[in-house]
Ligand binder design. Structure first.
Ligand code: ATP
Length: 306
C-alpha cells in the first residue's frame, strides 16, 4: 500500500510546489499591479538619470472613465528632496507611485524624470532605476540571502550582509536557525511585517537608486520596531529623491514638502509647520493621530520597548 501511495505523494508534493510557484507569481503581479497593455515606444531610449528630479505636470488619470482619480495634478520633487503624500484612503496616493512605474499611462499631462517623459523611455530602464519599498513585501520561497540579493542579483555575500546590517536586519538573521541560509516565505520561516519591510529596505540599499518610492504599510507596528524602521529608512533615503506615501504623519515631519490629496487634487501643500499653522485638513489629521496615540498609551498598547 505504501508503494502505491508513494507516487501519489510525490505528485502531491510537486502539485503543491507548482501551485505555490503560481501563488508567488500572482503575488508578484499583485505587487506590481502589472498592466500588460503598456508597451515601449519603438524609439524609446533608456532613462538617463542625472539629478533625480521628478515632475508631475498637469496629470489627469482614471482607471475607468466614469471615475476620475487624478485631476490636474502638478508637483515637483527636486533632486535629493522628500515629498510626502497624505490624504484619505482612496485619494490616489498609491496610484501616483504606480504611475511613476508606468504600470498605467496617464490620459493627459506629463510625468518627467530629469526632463524625460516616462512614456518615451524604456520601461525596463525606468523600473531598474527606481527603488521601491512597497506596502507589503513579497518574499520568495528561498533563503533570506536570495531574498535580499533580489535587489541586485550580482551582489556578493558580503554586500548582502552589509545591506542587511544597514537595514537593521543582520542581527535578526543571525538568530535564524540557518542564519543567511534560512528559508523564508510561505514554506519557510514566516517573517513579521516589520521584518519584511527591512528586507525591502536591504534590497533598496543594494540597488542604490537615486530615486526611492516608499509606500508606507498601513498595518501598525510596535513603537520600537517602527522607530528602528524609520531610522533605517531615513538612512537609506538620505540624499536621494524620495516620494513617500505616509499613513503615520510622524514619519514625514521632516519632509521638504507635504501634499495633502483629496479626491485626486492637492488641497494643501507645504512643510509640516506650514500645514499646522494653516489649521486645515492636515492639522486636523495631525491632531487626530496625536489623540489616538495618547489613547493607546493610556491603554498600554503603545508601551512596547519604552
Ligand atoms: P490608501 O490610503 O487606502 O492606500 P490611496 O490613496 O493610495 O488609498 P489608491 O490605491 O491610489 O488610493 O486608489 C485610488 C482610487 O482608485 C480608489 O478609489 C481605488 O478604489 C481605485 N483603484 C485603485 N486601483 C484600481 C484599479 N486597478 N482599477 C480600478 N480602480 C482602482
Amino acid at each position: 500500500i505504501i508503494q502505491l501511495y508513494a507516487p501519489l505523494n510525490f505528485f502531491g508534493t510537486y502539485y503543491r510546489l507548482i501551485q505555490q510557484a503560481f501563488i508567488d507569481m500572482e503575488n508578484m503581479f499583485d505587487l506590481l499591479d502589472v498592466s500588460c497593455e503598456i508597451t515601449d515606444n519603438p524609439n524609446a531610449s533608456p532613462l538617463h538619470i542625472t539629478d533625480g528630479c521628478i515632475e508631475f505636470r498637469r496629470v489627469y488619470f482614471h482607471y475607468n472613465p466614469e471615475k476620475p482619480i487624478l485631476k490636474d495634478l502638478s508637483f515637483t520633487v527636486r533632486a535629493g528632496e522628500t515629498v510626502a503624500l497624505v490624504g484619505t484612503s482612496g485619494a490616489g496616493k498609491s496610484t501616483i507611485i504606480r504611475l511613476l512605474f508606468r504600470f498605467y499611462d496617464i490620459q493627459d499631462g506629463q510625468i518627467l524624470i530629469d526632463g524625460q517623459d516616462i512614456r518615451h523611455v524604456r520601461q525596463a530602464s525606468l523600473r531598474q532605476k527606481l527603488g521601491v519599498v512597497p506596502q507589503d513585501t513579497v518574499l520568495f520561497n528561498d533563503n533570506i540571502r536570495y531574498n535580499i540579493r533580489y535587489g541586485r542579483i550580482d551582489a556578493n555575500d558580503r554586500e548582502v550582509e552589509e545591506a542587511a546590517h544597514y537595514a537593521d536586519m543582520d542581527e535578526r538573521i543571525k538568530s535564524f536557525p540557518q542564519q543567511y541560509n534560512t528559508t523564508v516565505g510561505e514554506r519557510g520561516l514566516k517573517l513579521s511585517g516589520g521584518e519584511k519591510q527591512r528586507v525591502a529596505i536591504a534590497r533598496t540599499i543594494l540597488k542604490n537608486p537615486m530615486i526611492i518610492l516608499l509606500d508606507e504599510a498601513t498595518s501598525a507596528l510596535d513603537t520600537q520596531t517602527e522607530r528602528n524602521i524609520q531610522n533605517s529608512l531615513m538612512r537609506v533615503c538620505q540624499g536621494r529623491t524620495t516620494i513617500i506615501v505616509a499613513h503615520r504623519l510622524s514619519t514625514i515631519i521632516h519632509a521638504n514638502q507635504i501634499l495633502v490629496l483629496s479626491e485626486g487634487e492637492v488641497c494643501e501643500r507645504g512643510t509640516h509647520e506650514d500645514l499646522l499653522s494653516l489649521g486645515g485638513v492636515y492639522s486636523n489629521m495631525w491632531r487626530q493621530q496625536q489623540t489616538s496615540l495618547e489613547e493607546d498609551n493610556v491603554n498600554g498598547v503603545d508601551m512596547m520597548g519604552e
